[in-house]
Ligand binder design. Sequence first.
Ligand SMILES: Nc1ncnc2c1ncn2[C@@H]1O[C@H](COP(=O)(O)OP(=O)(O)OP(=O)(O)O)[C@@H](O)[C@H]1O
Length: 273
Amino acid sequence: MHISMDKNTMNKPAILTLVDVNYQQRLFDINISIDDGGCLFLLGPNGSGKSTLLALLAGHTQACDGEYRLAERSVTDYPIAELALQRAWLPQASPPPFAIPVYQFIALGLHPLGISLEDEQACQVINQLLSRLDIAKLVERNCDQLSGGEWQRVLIARTLVQVSPILNPQSILCLLDEPLTGLDLKHQIEVLQILTELSESGITVIASIHDLNLALNHASEVLLLKAGRVVGQGDAAQVLTVDTIKQVYDVDTELLAVNGRQFIVSAALPVSV
Ligand SMILES: Nc1ncnc2c1ncn2[C@@H]1O[C@H](COP(=O)(O)OP(=O)(O)OP(=O)(O)O)[C@@H](O)[C@H]1O
């Protein structure tokens, strides 16, 4: 994946291009271009615009200044049914909308694809996700009978069904707003692994997260926002420097190297008296 804020590079084909995008008083002068699959993590403090940008990339928020092209076509030109074939979007977790069995809820991801549960391949894809996301034992329950982390994994499963490369050859983009929130360590690692595999299969993955160390060790690239503006983009190790973290998060940090990997830790706190 390549992201550039340089408008001169925007004449080459890109999956996703934003030119001079401004939205209300929430996003300012956004110029980005993403030209192939990869796993991009969207970072920034609370209120910096991550969810707003993801909603915009999903085509949900269209009333913005500037231009957004998905697969070289203005997002405003997409009929909603076609948009739903190209991208899936997991908004920030919200409570279950109604008491629907887990399996039926996940199968809602098939709806935009025009595939029913009678399709054997669809059932195989769903069953594999149930197993990998450790929710197979929950399928008989209703969505309003789950813990927060279980519900989050069900939401992720429904999103992944929609962009499954096996079921949907038109899918190109998977957008996830804080997919790791509420997940324990084991399930975070599994979701990260699934997202990596999805990106390796050619689907561009863009996910917002708050854990800088996960970004440092798992992202192909990061995009760092502060107050609605892009302040850094590119390789995580180059963007997430001690100086940039101080500038964006107002936190003093240090970099630690352990077994050849870098970790960001908060700088030693002053000893209290
Ligand atoms: N519906 C809304 N109407 C007006 N302003 C909003 C609305 N939703 C969010 N905002 C504002 O837009 C800005 C960006 O919010 P956004 O939710 O995109 O941030 P975020 O980076 O996703 O934050 P967080 O990490 O807390 O989820 C914030 O100043 C927020 O207060």
